[in-house]
Write a protein that binds this ligand. Structure first.
Ligand code: GLY
Ligand code: MN
Ligand code: MN
Length: 451
């Protein structure tokens, strides 16, 4: 806090008084052994891949929002990946792996002793201001990693590697491509929470008009905080033509009966695994014929991607299959300047005017997980059990798109589901969230009838 408004007493007598009369608070520690084992295996693999190094993995610090206030802290994905420490991570903690000694040490700042004035007078890290932190022993028990005081970190010396190193980032990104059973179950749980978020949002639709996108965003967020740690990413609540703006997160528009609202939202759990779901909802509760026409094509494209979702096929096959459906319907609608077959050639791609994004991406601790993986490990790779990704085709007809049929203009549709590859096919993690146009109508009505 700036000195110009600080009234904290500084008298010695006051400091002495503040030291006395505090009992210890014993926090319960419940380690998750499966998750801890996953993290241990990842640390070992990493040390094997980078011998003779001291590898520093920082949890990071919350960025400034304004002046002396900050955004909510979220540890770096790589830190959580290697420690299994999620939403309760102490800011500025650092994991140090010594690949010579095959040792892992977690450096953190425990709560200050009561005989320092930090605990009541330091607004950034003091217990009075930001809450107590666990002690070293508690964290060691929780994560199964040796711990030390953060202040001892500068005593560590050796050949240092950190997350500014591209090769290290790439390794850690690729290490996340195959999820463990526990990780898949976390994502599944994040999807279930996200379903509740959508239901809370749907309940608000009849009561939202002016600034309705904000009301819907808020309704989803309520469940994100109740059932999880936070949003996995900024919610897109895009009504009418806003649906055509792919990253519409301003959410400051009205919602109007007769239009659609595209909602792309995901809840992140305390483990920091997230879901990533899109449903496009008719604000009146019923799709118009034209809306349904577009919706059903997107659904068909998604189904075509699902069809090739099994080990042995390639990641890119899902996109290619979805694009065949989109191109064929664009030809049927008479909006392609060439045939669908010609459009599908890599050098043409005219149908992509109406769907400029990809059909899916890996999903995990990051919503766009494994982003630093090499192309041959991502787009060009064969699908393998344990991969988790989204399938999310869409069609977007901007209100000023003169090449789109007039009645399509201002309509945008995306349907996004989450799947995990199994030995024989896939586990459809979001199967409980209504998806066809009819299912969506029945779902919305049932929520409105209940309220
Ligand atoms: N929510 C971002 C995406 O769907 O990729
Ligand atoms: Mn999404
Ligand atoms: Mn997505």
């Amino acid at each position: 806090m700036s000195d110009n408004r600080s009234r904290t007493p500084k008298d010695q007598a006051f400091l002495e008084f503040m030291k006395t009369g505090w009992s210890d608070v014993n926090a319960q520690v419940s380690p998750n052994s499966k998750a801890n084992q996953d993290a241990k295996r990842k640390r070992e693999e990493l040390m094997e891949a980078f011998p003779n190094h001291l590898i520093f993995i920082e949890a990071g610090k919350a960025p400034t929002r304004s002046n002396d206030t900050h955004y909510k802290f979220r540890p770096s994905t790589e830190f959580t990946q290697l420690t299994n420490w999620g939403s309760s991570t102490v800011e500025e903690s650092v994991l140090v792996l010594d690949s010579n000694k095959q040792s892992a040490t977690l450096y953190l700042r425990p709560t200050a002793d009561k005989d320092s004035d930090e605990f009541f007078a330091n607004t950034e890290i003091g217990e009075f201001w930001v809450g107590p932190r666990p002690d070293l022993v508690q964290v060691e028990k929780l994560l199964g990693i040796a711990t030390k005081q953060l202040s001892e970190l500068n005593e560590v010396s050796g050949k240092k590697l950190d997350l500014s190193d591209e090769k290290l980032k790439q390794f850690l990104s690729e290490q996340r491509i195959i999820k463990s059973e526990w990780e898949v179950s976390e994502i599944k749980q994040a999807v279930e929470a996200t379903k509740e978020g959508f239901e809370n949002l749907i309940a608000k639709i009849p009561k939202a008009s002016k600034r309705g996108e904000r009301a819907l965003e808020a309704a989803f967020f309520q469940k994100a905080r109740l059932l999880g740690n936070d949003l996995g990413y900024e919610t897109i609540a895009a009504s009418g033509n806003h649906a055509n703006i792919l990253h519409w997160t301003k959410n400051d528009g009205d919602i109007k009966s007769g239009e659609l609202v595209l909602v792309d939202a995901g809840i992140e759990l305390d483990s920091l695994f997230t879901a990533d779901i899109t449903r496009t909802l008719p604000i009146s509760g019923k799709f118009s014929e034209v809306q349904k026409e577009i919706y059903d094509v997107v659904l068909e494209a998604a189904d075509a991607a699902f069809e090739v979702c099994r080990p042995g096929n390639r990641f890119r096959d899902m996109h290619n299959e979805a694009m065949k459906v989109i191109a064929n319907h664009c030809e049927r609608w008479g909006i392609l300047p060439v045939t669908a077959e010609e459009a599908l050639r890599p050098e043409n791609q005219q149908h992509r005017r109406w769907m400029v994004h990809g059909t899916g991406h890996h999903l995990g601790l990051d919503v766009h997980d494994c982003a630093q993986a090499r192309k041959e490990m991502y787009l060009d790779t064969e699908l393998k059990p344990g991969m988790v990704f989204t399938i999310e085709p869409g069609l977007y007809f901007h209100e000023n798109d003169e090449l789109a049929p007039e009645e399509f203009r201002g309509i945008g549709v995306r349907i996004e589901d989450n799947v995990a590859i199994t030995e024989t096919g896939y586990d459809w993690l979001s199967s409980s969230i209504p998806r066809t146009s009819l299912e969506v109508e029945v779902w919305m009505q049932s929520i409105w009838d209940r309220d």
